[in-house]
Design a protein around this ligand. Structure first.
Ligand SMILES: [Zn+2]
Ligand SMILES: [Zn+2]
Length: 309
């Protein structure tokens, strides 16, 4: 039984009946594993109580995704309803209506239930096959930090190339156009996209850690979860439509943020990367008037240089 394997690798709880209530499991885990912190004890109790690791990971992944996605979108819905914040809205004449937001949330939720949910059960066997850990204790924070930083860099590269490819005429019309329904995006619109796009771009989010663990043999499921939570925050905030004086891009100039992605939705061309600005900068695919002016000047300079020869 899968839980027996989990049981032997982490928290030990002697003589726990398989039908015990979650509360009882948690109390027993806490009694015999005082070295574990609260999150670790909850984690152990969840797997012991579920008695099926694949289903335990599947339910936890789905619930976490829903809570984070809609939970993180909620402050943006509230901010859109308060006129005070309008001074920081990038396209400040285009506020989403309640109907637009409701329709968008509904489609995203349906897509989570129909596209994501059937695949989620494959995740646990696949990830553990490639060597992902999910026992206890959790890895140290510094290890989580550098691994998550690596995933941000890797996923950004994946996203840049596949998102850029999705702007190729036939692919744009048949797949990516749906995501561009809103030329002035809002938080909930982050995952408003065709199922093919969700799978293609989602593969970067899930696939990068799987590649990582298959090469290094060192990754814990909790790091993967933290990465997904942060990537969701990034995607929702990038679609929020708000650029504040305290936004992350002001502290990290190479961070893309809402300012970068809002322009992509407004102009439809350029700014293809997700988290960072370097791909668009070095490959000359930045969106907006300033970037277009820079490109024009560069071209003019080239023509003049040619004439002068
Ligand atoms: Zn696009
Ligand atoms: Zn977008």
């Amino acid at each position: 039984m899968a839980s027996a394997l989990f049981n032997s690798t982490m928290a030990s709880v002697p003589g726990l009946p398989p039908t015990a209530a979650f509360q009882t499991v948690f109390e027993e885990v806490s009694k015999y594993n005082v070295q574990l912190n609260l999150f670790e004890r909850l984690w152990a109790s969840w797997y012991l109580w579920m008695q099926n690791d694949t289903i335990a990971t599947g339910i936890m992944s789905f619930v976490m995704h829903e809570l984070v996605y809609f939970g993180r979108s909620l402050p943006w819905i509230i901010i859109d309803a308060i006129p005070y914040f309008n001074k920081w809205k990038i396209q400040n004449t285009k506020l989403p209506t309640w109907k637009e937001q409701w329709d968008c949330a509904f489609l995203v939720f349906i897509s989570h239930c129909t596209v994501e949910l059937p695949q989620i059960w494959l995740f646990h066997p696949l990830a553990t096959y490639f060597g992902m850990e999910y026992g206890l204790p959790f890895p140290p924070w510094w290890k989580m930090a550098y691994q998550i930083a690596a995933f941000f860099v890797m996923e950004d590269a994946w996203h840049y190339w596949f998102h850029r490819a999705l702007h190729y005429g036939p692919l744009y019309k048949s797949i990516h156009k749906l995501h561009h329904t809103y030329s002035a995006p809002f938080g909930l619109a982050a995952e408003y996209a065709s199922p093919i796009e969700v799978m293609l771009l989602g593969f970067g989010v899930v696939g990068c850690p799987i590649v990582w663990v298959s090469v290094t043999g060192d990754l814990h499921l909790v790091t993967m979860y933290l990465w997904i939570v942060l990537r969701l925050f990034q995607a929702i905030d990038a679609h929020s439509g708000y650029d504040f004086p305290w936004s992350l891009r002001r502290i990290l100039p190479f961070w893309a943020g809402a300012d970068h992605h809002d322009l992509h939705h407004e102009r439809f061309i350029g700014n293809y990367a997700s988290s960072f600005r370097w791909w668009d900068y070095f490959l000359d695919t930045e969106a907006g008037d300033a970037a277009a002016k820079k490109r024009r000047e560069k071209k003019l300079a080239q023509i003049r240089a040619k004439k002068a020869q």
